[in-house]
Design a binder for this molecule. Structure first.
Ligand code: X5A
Ligand code: ZN
Length: 666
């Protein structure tokens, strides 16, 4: 199951023919540099190349009016003066004799992508297109856009494949008002957009881009707008919104297909966005969406005007779609105050529609963001003053998943059976004997533990990505792995424990191990920053409570802690269903460059298949639309967040939480 890449040079063959400072950034090179970067990095070769096609009139009419289509059809025959005149009736867009042709190809490319994914020819994919689409409306071109590629693709997927629910994630830095208008009363399409807003001072300066535009009639709750009221938003701000808003709602919605309005003007260096998120963040945003809809994800290019930043961001996205582990996240300092205000406002505006947000705090009393504030004029932004390091080269280790299994258990397909590749250091053997095997001279146990240590070392060297071990004594194995991994100076280990294991207090003393434990027993309250027990009232029979914890607590903690290894421990009494377990395994692989080591008791053989599937990068099955989590569970999670949010900034999600820039603003 591969990744489609759709590109055609033909779409570079139109450009601005007159002087217009508004439009001069939308250049053919946007496409050529993106494509060249994919070719040079070898990523293009790894994709399934799918040809574009022309969208038919019927396709275009899924979203646009006949009058508009007929009008655009005439543009290839217009003189320069006529084109200029035609352009004047719309906002921030230009026409060219070849743009109609390209616009049909751009929409057709999105449809080819949907076809490839829906027929199972590929798992996911990206279309590199010009003109972009998300600003164009039923009867109007706008913001460089002629036809609304993604909106057409969503309608097409519903009509052609009977898709019941489509999630559109618009991470472009502009509000895709065209997409919003198209689906504002349609509950089958959930439209999420974040966008530079600055209290309605930033283009397209619409009242309806604010957080309180949530959709209409039956579609109320299915439009989610996150206004950025300041520039220079960072990776933390984007991740916060994903963890505390988009992901919980998306999992509750349970889409059959995910479409991404993949604009990269939200990345650093872009003259439109003026944001500071680095290109590698798109690896994480992509990864976090890849376990929805059984992995069916179609990314369609929208904006992105700094050619360097654009090309890097496109590569990060495609490489993630291909399944390579995401890089360690860069510079997560927690969300800024303005982002927290926005997040707070959106969460409270939506709490009546989504049960995962039912407990969200009231609107902040000082009505922060609906006010249309006049801002002081700022200096013109110069993109060549902004510098950022080139993202580190990512590569997938030769071994994706290694397994340490008892002899009686067969090695699953595509896994690497892990045997000792070299003789163990006698020093380690002695240490093992001393620390763990005092009693008997147990040859089997010694072999298992030494293989585990060896596996961890090879993961550290990035020769192996992830691993799974079935062990006779899970506590011993876990301690052994933690001690070994955390002994190296720079290492941090995130331990996620599903089930009851008495975590020895020395484990979480030095900050080199962070333990989050899903426990069936109500335990006494922990005071430690590094030991976080979570108790769900009904255990794991309530999947929505579990997901709430994963999104709202585990992922933010994991990202902020930035471990070099994730150890996922599954006790035999866990009772967690396979699909939730696979979601957990899949999502955690966004951390530590995918270095996840799963430890399970040796009587959990049935779980080997599903676990290995996730470790190999297969998407987890959908959980089904989620019900409301138990209010007791929500309360206990909220209590935990309150205890921890001063020290773990990514847990913050309300305006009262101050944020990373609190000091220089108070
Ligand atoms: C697709 C896109 C931006 C238009 C900006 C006009 N359009 N000022 O990013
Ligand atoms: Zn844009």
């Amino acid at each position: 199951m591969g990744t489609a890449l759709i590109y055609d040079e033909e779409m570079t063959k139109y450009k601005l023919l007159w002087v217009d400072p508004m439009c001069k950034i939308e250049v053919p090179e946007r496409l050529t540099v993106s494509h060249e970067a994919l070719v040079k990095s070898g990523l293009a070769d790894r994709c399934v190349s799918v040809p574009v096609r022309k969208a038919t009139d019927a396709d275009i009419l899924l979203v646009h009016s006949e009058e508009y289509l007929e009008a655009v059809k005439k543009t290839p025959y217009m003189t320069l003066e006529e084109l200029k005149d035609f352009t004047l009736q719309y906002g921030d867009v230009y026409f060219h004799p070849n743009i109609y042709h390209c616009a049909m190809l751009a929409a057709g490319a999105a449809l080819q992508l949907v076809d490839s994914v829906m027929t199972g020819k590929v798992r996911n994919g990206m279309a590199l297109v010009r003109p972009p689409g998300h600003h164009s409306m039923r009867s109007a071109a706008n913001g460089f856009c002629v036809f609304n590629n993604v909106a057409i693709a969503a309608q097409y997927a519903k009509q052609q494949y009977g898709v019941k629910r489509v999630l559109i994630v618009d991470w472009d830095v502009h509000h895709g008002q065209g997409v919003q208008y198209c689906f504002e009363d349609d509950p089958s399409v959930l439209y999420f957009s974040w966008h530079r807003y600055e209290h309605q001072n930033f283009w397209p300066k619409l009242r309806e881009s604010d957080f309180d535009s949530v959709g209409k009639e039956k579609g109320a709750g299915f439009t989610i707008n996150v206004p950025w009221n300041k520039v220079e938003m960072q990776n933390s701000d984007y991740l916060s919104v994903f963890c505390h808003l988009l992901l919980p709602v998306a999992y509750e919605f349970c889409p059959d297909l995910v479409l991404v309005c993949a604009g990269f003007d939200s990345a650093i260096g872009d003259p439109e966005g003026e944001m500071c998120a680095t290109p590698d963040i798109f690896a994480h945003l992509t990864h976090l969406l890849m376990n929805l809809a059984g992995g069916k994800l179609c990314a369609v290019l929208e904006g992105g005007y700094n050619l360097t930043s654009l090309a890097q961001s496109v590569c990060q996205t495609v490489q993630t779609l291909l399944g390579d582990p995401a890089p360690r996240p860069v510079k997560l300092e927690g969300p800024c105050r303005s982002a927290l205000e926005s997040l707070h406002c959106v969460r409270s505006a939506h709490r009546q529609y989504w049960s995962c947000l039912k407990h969200a705090a009231d609107l902040p009393t000082s009505d922060i963001s609906t006010k249309h504030l006049k801002l002081a004029d700022e200096d013109e932004y110069s993109d060549d003053e902004t510098e950022w390091p080139e993202p580190v080269k990512r590569f997938a280790p030769a071994v994706r998943a290694a397994v340490v299994l008892p002899d009686a258990v067969a090695c699953p397909d595509r896994c690497h059976p892990f045997t000792l590749s070299e003789d163990l250091d006698p020093f380690i053997v002695n240490k093992l004997k001393e620390n763990f095997l005092k009693e008997a001279d147990d040859g089997d146990a010694l072999s298992t533990l030494s293989r585990l240590i060896n596996l961890v070392e090879r993961m550290e060297k990035n020769e192996i990505c992830s691993g799974l071990a079935l062990v006779p004594e899970i506590s011993m194995a876990t301690m052994c792995v933690i001690q070994h991994a955390a002994s190296a100076l720079r290492n941090r280990v995130l331990v996620v424990c599903v089930g009851d294991w008495n975590v020895p207090s020395q484990v979480t003393e030095d900050g080199k191990t962070l333990v989050l434990q899903f426990s069936n027993k109500e335990s006494e309250e922990s005071k430690s920053r590094y030991y976080i027990p979570v108790h769900l009232k009904k255990g794991f029979s309530d999947v929505s409570g579990f997901i709430q914890v994963v999104m709202g607590l585990l992922l933010p903690l994991g990202y902020e802690y930035d471990p070099s290894l994730v150890v996922l421990v599954r006790m035999s009494d866990s009772g967690l269903c396979d699909s939730a377990w696979q979601q957990l395994t899949g999502l955690l692989q966004g951390l530590a460059q995918g270095h996840t080591l799963v430890l399970m008791q040796d009587n959990e053989k049935e779980c080997v298949g599903p676990t290995v599937s996730s470790l190999l990068g297969n998407p987890a099955p959908s959980l089904g639309p989620l019900l409301a989590p138990l209010s007791e569970d929500v309360e206990s999670v909220e209590k935990l967040r309150d205890r921890l949010k001063a020290e773990w900034k990514l847990l913050q999600n309300t305006a009262q939480d101050k944020g990373r820039d609190a000091e220089d603003q108070s």
